[in-house]
Design a protein around this ligand. Structure first.
Ligand code: ZN
Length: 256
């Protein structure tokens, strides 16, 4: 197949069929019985060039695929104007109606690579993983506005959670420092406990105190801000949360 071939004409399917085949391909890619097989071919094709498909490069890497795609059957569909449209099937298929899924996948792939609308195929969607047809050229991440805005919403939710978490850390650290400064013997006893690596009743006492004080201040902040309180953590500060923050070294107990 390495012999250079010069095309004499560029035949195309009629625009209606072209669109119909692209829509069919999307269905096969998302839910067809040979979904995995056609996805594999499309993935190879999409990644064959440095910035999108490069059919020559794909065939150079997969000569057996080129062999399957090159010769086939053409069908002429006449129209009521002076021209007819060509449909091309990479057969020949010996027994009609008994095609394997592999052959089905190859036929659809051939319809894609000879389709004037090939560039419309996009996917998989960053959120739902579906393939889809895009309206304009260029890179697109999502199949629909629904998937796009759902992901933006998730990112926004994460950001605001991080902001609330940060506020809670700052507040807890402030309360810890205040208690340590007010009751220096607390700090001494806790330091001794940590060195001894034994059960730590003093540390537990400190955490309980900090947890209730932080929770109390959070409620007060919420009441003060009223309707604009969205940046303030909803849930109270717990001993468990403090333990986790201390273990992750987000909080520190320092002697004042
Ligand atoms: Zn999607």
């Amino acid at each position: 197949m390495s012999r250079a071939r010069q095309p004499k004409f560029a035949y195309e399917p009629d625009p209606h069929s072209a669109r119909f085949y692209m829509e069919g391909l999307v269905c096969s890619l998302n839910s067809g019985p040979y979904r995995q097989k056609i996805r594999r071919l499309v993935e190879l094709w999409t990644t064959s060039g440095s910035s999108g498909p490069n059919l020559k490069e794909l065939f150079r890497r997969k000569p057996e695929l080129e062999k399957k795609m090159t010769f086939g059957t053409t069908i002429l569909w006449p129209t009521e104007s002076g021209r007819g449209y060509i449909e091309w099937d990479p057969g020949p298929h010996p027994v009609k109606g008994a095609l394997s899924w592999e052959e089905h996948a190859h036929i659809e792939f051939a319809f894609l690579i000879t389709n004037p609308m090939w560039w419309k195929l996009a996917g998989p969607c960053d959120r739902c993983g579906d393939y889809y047809l895009k309206k304009r050229k260029g890179h697109k991440r999502f199949c629909s506005q629904r998937c796009g805005s759902a992901t933006t919403a998730t990112a926004a939710t994460r950001k605001s959670r991080e902001r609330r978490q940060k506020l809670k850390i700052l507040l807890a650290q402030k309360v810890i420092d205040e208690i340590m400064a007010r009751i220096p013997r607390f700090a001494q006893r806790i330091a001794a406990e940590i060195d001894a690596k034994k059960p730590r009743p003093e540390l537990k006492k400190l955490k309980e105190r900090v947890a209730s004080e932080v929770s109390r201040r959070l409620i007060r902040m919420k009441n003060l801000r009223g309707t604009r309180a969205s940046g303030i953590p909803e849930e109270p500060c717990t001993v468990k949360w403090l333990t986790r923050a201390l273990n992750k070294r987000k909080l520190r107990i320092r002697a004042m």
